[in-house]
Design a protein around this ligand. Structure first.
Ligand SMILES: [Fe+2]
Length: 410
């Protein structure tokens, strides 16, 4: 029997991974084919496996997902849950591990999953993208199987949706991954019911936004009208009426989590999300910290917001499992870009890749520390946020920057 490591996907499969659905469906079939070949030992089986998985399997999978309906959108209230989860009060500090683009079922993602477990965080949150296309088998391999390496936080785990979950129409995300996401809710245990949520602390609110569901569109329409990752009406209603994001008397600090970046110096902006939030929060909207993934890099921005959008300090942490990209910025917002990680970990197929890792959040009263930790357990950036409860304003102090991090413009 093949050992577990040999069943893992090789990182080579992810190098130069395209961002289209077609490419990712194809790669899922290639992965199935390669896995199949490890259980069989003769060329006849190799050949049949290739034809079956790569041609018939791919065509079936692709056509089904492209032409079939998207999974029904889930929103609160649902099964008696409202998506608000008070953080535990067992200790004075609350810790959360944030992993994005982690679910690749590789040795690298295993390494990060095991690393997270050594910190024994209270909560673990996946910021989205189950590779290649979020099938039930891929959810199983990363989160549910006995050998899967997702570390469930001791008070709970939650998962946002990325675009890759929607490449298979989101069914496995809603029907298989969310039912596995359990979180303490006072004396009870809740199961995640929708692709968005709010963790409530006495001094902070950590709000997970669903930008994945609207990141894909129907075939052909997608070419004409690029999906903008907007927040659907049901989510906006929840933010307005349940989270009460526009309540000026609530001066808790706000940390947003989403799969897609609000803005970027490397790839697409998603300004509509910040504009929708501004409509809810009003003209006196306070700046927030916004942590996202989608891009497989570690990067840090100064406070920025689009006209009519909220202001946010952006942090990209899409380094959970994919080969980490280290290319130069070239898409604007360079004046906001402060730091990014271009350290070379190794070369895969002659392409240089960076370090995988995750972010560890530690909340103690009005202080919130963010440590960005690489696969060698090296903290590369550490920052301390504080919230002024008089007015809800945030302030940041940088505690540590690894000397090999790239400072923009230097
Ligand atoms: Fe993504």
């Amino acid at each position: 029997m093949a050992d577990i490591d040999s069943q893992k996907r090789e990182k080579e499969q992810y190098v130069d991974l395209g961002h289209t659905e077609l490419e990712n469906h194809l790669k899922t079939q290639v992965a199935l084919y390669e896995k199949k070949t490890q259980y069989t030992g003769n060329t006849t089986n190799l050949l049949s496996a290739f034809f079956w998985y790569n041609l018939f399997g791919f065509a079936y999978h692709y056509i089904r997902s492209r032409l079939g309906p998207k999974a029904e959108y889930q929103f609160y209230p649902r099964n008696g849950d409202d998506g608000l989860y008070p953080t535990h009060t067992f200790t004075d500090s609350v810790t959360l591990a944030l992993l994005s683009d982690w679910a690749t079922d590789t040795k690298e993602s295993d390494q990060i999953g095991h690393l997270v477990s050594t910190y024994d965080p209270d909560y673990t949150i996946h910021l989205g993208d189950v590779y290649f296309v979020g099938t039930p088998e891929e959810v199983e391999a990363n989160f549910l199987a006995p050998h899967s390496s997702w570390h469930y936080g001791k008070h709970g785990s939650l998962a946002l949706s990325g675009n890759h979950e929607m490449y298979s129409n989101g069914t496995a995300y809603f029907k298989k991954l969310l039912p596995a996401m359990k979180i303490r809710k006072g004396e009870t245990v809740a199961t995640q019911q929708a692709g968005f949520f709010c963790l409530e602390h006495e001094h902070w609110r950590i709000i997970g936004l669903d930008t994945g569901y609207t990141s894909t569109n129907r075939p052909f329409l997608e070419v004409l009208f690029k999906p903008d990752c907007h927040l659907r009406e049901e989510q906006l209603d929840w933010l307005k009426n349940v989270v009460r994001l526009g309540d000026p008397s609530d001066t808790r600090g706000i940390i947003l989590l989403s799969h897609h970046p609000y803005y970027s110096s490397f790839r697409d902006d998603h300004p509509v999300v910040g504009r929708q939030l501004r409509k809810i929060m009003g003209d006196s909207a306070r700046p927030v910290v916004w942590i996202w993934g989608h891009e497989h890099r570690l990067s840090f921005y100064e406070k920025y917001g689009f006209p009519d959008g909220i202001q946010a300090w952006g942090r990209c942490v899409g380094i959970g499992g994919m080969p980490v990209e280290i290319n130069e910025p070239n898409r604007g917002h360079e004046s906001q870009l402060v730091l990014y990680d271009q350290r070379v970990r190794e070369r895969v197929r002659r392409k240089a890749v960076g370090y995988n890792g995750f972010a560890l959040m530690t909340i103690e009263g009005t202080q919130l520390k963010l440590d960005y930790i690489d696969q060698n357990k090296q903290t590369v950036v550490s920052e301390q946020w504080s919230v002024n409860r008089e007015n809800g304003e945030l302030a940041v102090k940088t505690l540590f920057v690894h000397p090999d991090m790239t400072k923009y413009g230097q």
